[in-house]
Write a protein that binds this ligand. Structure first.
Ligand SMILES: Nc1ncnc2c1ncn2[C@@H]1O[C@H](COP(=O)(O)OP(=O)(O)OP(=O)(O)O)[C@@H](O)[C@H]1O
Ligand SMILES: [Mg+2]
Length: 259
């Protein structure tokens, strides 16, 4: 390994620019007795070029945090930044443009357009934005996904893992500043899940993509650089270089503290 690469690896994480940040983010659903605090004063930074897992029990606020950070939903209080830009006060039109130009999404339910081929699905966001794909980058994404011989197929003719790799390619092809993935392996068997995780990890390690991924799976979290744990809408733990074992450990200790 070159000294430059070594230096890079040992750069303290706080030296990296921030891809997305929330400050004091709070969100409540419902009223009166039915009131649910989904996010309770959440401040978190996601650094550029890092793969972060967001974990925590069902209902702990993971999806709400992702949706607010990704400008798909608005919080009641607090701020959201994408890069240097505060997006909290932006109007809907500006938010739509921001999502289109700077943010990628991968959902648990692949959300592909059934009548379009894999290739058309991958290129759809760029087509909507009126942008042409960078051919070299498109070729790299396709060869990394291993979907080369499946590009003319419709989603219904693809396996779950292949469909999710199409969704990953769709998120990557516009080179967004940050990709938010909400349980991208949640609907996949372990082998397809591993393929998708491998692909996401390579896009971070080899292409410098920034990814924030919600997952329940300690194995999935072990592919990332960092695991952030939510419980009851609050950040409770923050683990560097997670392994399946260290993640399981934290999950157990969070359960004990909640009991
Ligand atoms: N549209 C909504 N209306 C009312 N309550 C909601 C709504 N969306 C989420 N909630 C509540 O907010 C809390 C946080 O939900 P959220 O979907 O963020 O949890 P999560 O951590 O993603 O859970 P899971 O692991 O099950 O996906 C939950 O108690 C949920 O019931
Ligand atoms: Mg969720």
């Amino acid at each position: 390994m070159s000294s430059v690469a070594q230096h890079h690896e040992h750069t303290p994480t706080h030296a990296r620019p921030i891809a997305a940040r929330t400050v004091g983010l709070s969100k409540t659903y419902g009223k009166g007795d039915a009131q649910v605090v989904a996010l309770d004063d959440v401040s978190v930074d996601f650094e550029q070029g890092r793969f972060t897992a967001v974990m925590g029990p069902s209902g702990s606020g993971k999806s709400t945090l992702m949706h607010c950070a990704a400008a798909l939903d608005r919080a009641d209080r607090g701020q959201v930044f994408i890069g240097e830009q505060e997006i909290t006060g932006l109007k809907d039109k500006a938010l739509t443009r921001l999502r289109r130009d700077r943010i990628g999404f991968i959902f648990q339910a692949f959300n592909l357009v059934p009548t379009l081929s894999a290739k058309e699905n991958i290129l759809l966001p760029l087509a909507i934005a009126g942008r042409k794909p960078d051919q070299a980058w498109y070729d790299t994404v396709i060869s990394t996904t291993g979907l080369g011989d499946r590009l003319r197929h419709r989603p219904s003719e693809l396996s779950g893992g292949q469909q999710q790799r199409v969704a990953c390619a769709r998120a990557l092809v516009s080179r967004p500043e940050i990709i938010f993935a909400d349980e991208p392996t949640g609907n996949l068997d372990s082998r397809s899940g591993a393929e998708v995780l491998d692909f996401l990890q390579r896009s971070v390690e080899e292409f410098g993509q920034t990814i924030v991924m919600v997952t329940h799976d300690p194995m999935a979290a072990s592919h990332t650089h960092r695991a952030v744990f939510l419980a009851d809408g609050q950040i409770r733990d923050d683990l560097a270089d997670p392994t399946a074992d260290s993640v399981l450990d934290r999950m157990r200790s969070l359960d004990t503290r909640a009991a």
